[in-house]
Write a protein that binds this ligand. Structure first.
Ligand SMILES: Nc1nc2c(ncn2[C@@H]2O[C@H](COP(=O)(O)OP(=O)(O)OP(=O)(O)O)[C@@H](O)[C@H]2O)c(=O)[nH]1
Ligand SMILES: Nc1nc2c(ncn2[C@@H]2O[C@H](COP(=O)(O)OP(=O)(O)OP(=O)(O)O)[C@@H](O)[C@H]2O)c(=O)[nH]1
Ligand SMILES: [Mg+2]
Ligand SMILES: [Mg+2]
Lengths: 294, 282
């Protein structure tokens, strides 16, 4: 762990009063390693180290805390600050329906998250509607319908032969929701590459037509250095209101969360922690910070 | 990355940055850069072009060393059907990669049978069924929620009875740190091995190119559960470089057998180490 690595670095610091620049430089090397191993983007790591290095130098080695604990505290506090505040759910619209649009790369867990959000709001006494806007992936619509049956939440679909575009399916779904008293509409979209201009334009059109209250980027927690690339591209193309980290029940450190915060400043809204539809947690920055540090 | 300019500290730093940002593990990166510095000195390389060339060759060497080269080619059994078991964590592209392999073999006149071994996830069987239709290959499936090992067992029997060249089995996505799911995979392996009369000819772990350092944990855990024989690296059509495979090759001697370059049946290629390394520097 980082604390153990820093212990080795600071072995010779017994009896010293303050941390010198040389002490801190060596400690920062361990912090840099820990963050890179946690998949934090290299440039984000460099900026992070620059910021905390000055705070760590000259830190008085207090009676109560060892030099290791001091450095770890500076690192941890900065991480928690950067990851953002604890989230308590999504912004619900005063004029229903609240529309939530999910987007992201292929296979990140969007369809499953659609079910999880529907289940989450159903338990709160809401009347959600899930919308199958992925007309490309084989059996994507069926997948959402199966989830809908599991939690007894309706799924809006457009018959395949209608050949309706995803933005028009979304628009029809909102009309349907208003007519049927659904106060939350969750739009599942097809996974896509951020560099696919046509598919990114499709998302842009959907967003323009239905003006969702939340546009959430769904991110696989095991993503590496590439996180800054696609997050930035999605952020530049759409008014993202937040992101969700999925598959957090794995053993990945999840440093991509810090990378995405650094390049977009959008908040982390939820953590998906399993395949079941009840496996959804609010975001806790302190927990994620210690996980990233390892 | 042009690799032009002076062969100075900046050059080495730029290379280090590029490798790390391609998801090459920091320790692998430091090793190859260290070896490059040594080679530049010993071979008296006098330009950054020559140094870059030297680095590329050493990266290709990592991917093609004898321990890997000897298991690089996709296995063909002399006792058909050849059986491939496809495994990996959730959402990486197992089902789609199976469709691509089915298409690849069907087009070359081979008879392929697919096994719908994901009996857990919503509409997983439906998804593979559509691909079987599109690639004109047969599908062996059971009801959702039933034993995945039984599906693979049946598919092997069907493969023998119908003279199939290949049986390719899909399995449910599973996180490598879930011991009950890894136990289920071990059971699928045991049942398969027993019915086939030998170990599966290939156990292909599908890895998403956007994955960072966690790929190492995935590979180690899957290898300790079943004998992973190779990697299918998917989603290389995106911006992610998949550099972690250099570490998988270096530390675990795992060959990359196939790469996925898109969502269509034809978006698959046999892994080419030179092309892959060139891609890191583009
Ligand atoms: N372990 C785990 N698996 C998850 C989680 N979220 C989703 N999954 C699984 O990840 C896989 C992909 O989930 P999907 O919901 O199909 O992903 P998607 O983003 O809709 O995929 P595309 O539509 O193809 O882009 C499935 O096997 C899910 O069961 C999670 O939090 N933990
Ligand atoms: N761009 C791109 N997308 C891919 C590639 N391979 C698979 N996909 C997409 O990734 C998503 C997940 O693919 P699946 O084949 O369902 O993945 P899986 O591993 O079987 O998922 P689970 O069974 O849920 O664990 C789908 O949207 C695929 O179209 C690839 O090489 N490139
Ligand atoms: Mg989906
Ligand atoms: Mg699958």
């Amino acid at each position: 762990s980082l604390s153990e690595k820093l212990q080795d670095v600071f072995q010779r610091l017994r009896g010293k009063g303050r941390l010198t620049e040389a002490d801190v430089t060596e400690a920062m090397r361990e912090v840099r390693l820990a963050l890179l191993e946690a998949d934090v983007n290299l440039q984000v790591v460099r900026d992070f180290i620059t910021r905390i290095k000055d705070r760590a130098i000259g830190v008085d080695v207090l009676e109560s805390l060892s030099p290791v604990q001091q450095v770890v505290k500076v690192v941890n506090d900065e991480l928690v600050a950067l990851l953002g505040g604890t989230q308590t759910g999504l912004q619900l619209s005063p004029t229903p329906p609240t529309v939530i649009m999910l987007c992201g790369l292929q296979g990140t867990g969007k369809t499953t998250l659609t079910g999880k959000l529907a289940y989450y709001y159903k338990k709160q006494g809401r009347n959600p509607l899930m919308v199958a806007c992925d007309i490309y992936r084989p059996a994507a619509v069926k997948q959402l319908e199966v989830l809908g049956e599991q939690i007894k939440v309706p799924v809006f679909t457009s018959p395949a032969q209608d050949k309706k575009s995803p933005p028009s399916i979304a628009r029809s779904a909102i009309e349907h929701a208003k007519a049927n008293g659904n106060d939350i509409v969750i739009l599942d979209t097809a996974g896509r590459l951020a560099i696919d201009e046509d598919l990114m334009d499709e998302l842009g059109q959907m967003q323009a037509w239905v003006t969702p209250h939340e546009v959430l980027l769904v991110v696989d927690a095991m993503v590496g250095q590439d996180a800054v690339n696609f997050a930035k591209q999605f952020y530049e193309r759409l008014p993202l209101t937040g992101f969700v980290m999925t598959k957090m029940d794995g053993d990945t450190r999840g440093g991509a969360a810090l990378s995405i915060r650094a390049v977009t400043s959008i908040p982390i809204k939820f953590m998906s922690v399993g395949e079941k539809l009840d496996a959804l947690e609010p975001f806790h920055p302190d927990r994620l910070a210690s996980r990233i540090l390892g | 990355f042009t690799g032009r300019g002076a062969l100075d500290e900046d050059f080495y730093e730029e290379l280090e940055t590029l490798l790390i940002q391609s998801d090459v593990n920091i320790h692998t990166t430091e090793r190859v850069i260290g070896e490059l510095r040594k080679a530049v000195r010993e071979e008296r390389l006098d330009s950054s072009e020559k140094a870059l060339d030297c680095l590329k060759r050493s990266l290709v060497a990592i991917l093609t060393e004898p321990a890997i080269a000897e298991k690089q080619a996709l296995k063909v059994s002399d006792k058909p059907p050849t059986l491939f078991l496809v495994v990996g964590v959730n959402g990486v592209g197992k089902t789609t990669s199976i469709a691509k392999m089915a298409d690849m073999y069907a087009r070359s006149g081979k008879k392929v049978i697919l096994a719908a071994g994901d009996t857990f996830r919503a509409a997983a069987i439906d998804q593979l069924e559509i691909w079987a239709q599109r690639t004109q290959t047969e599908l062996v499936k059971h009801k959702e929620g039933t034993d995945p090992a039984a599906v693979v067992f049946d598919a092997i029997r069907a493969g023998r009875a119908r003279g199939a060249d290949y049986v390719i089995a899909d399995t449910a996505g599973r996180l490598h740190n879930r011991s009950n799911l890894m136990d289920e995979l071990k059971k699928i392996y045991r049942v398969t091995e027993k019915e086939l009369g030998r170990a599966p000819d290939e156990i292909l772990m599908v890895l998403d190119a956007t994955t960072g350092q966690n790929a190492l944990s995935q590979a180690k855990n899957f290898m300790s559960a079943v004998n992973v024989t190779g990697i299918i690296l998917t989603k290389l059509d995106g911006t992610a470089k998949g550099g972690i495979v250099l570490t998988l090759a270096n530390e675990l001697k795992l060959p990359i057998k196939l790469i996925g370059l898109g969502e269509r049946a034809q978006d698959i290629e046999i892994f080419d180490p030179v092309k892959f390394v060139d891609g890191l520097f583009e």
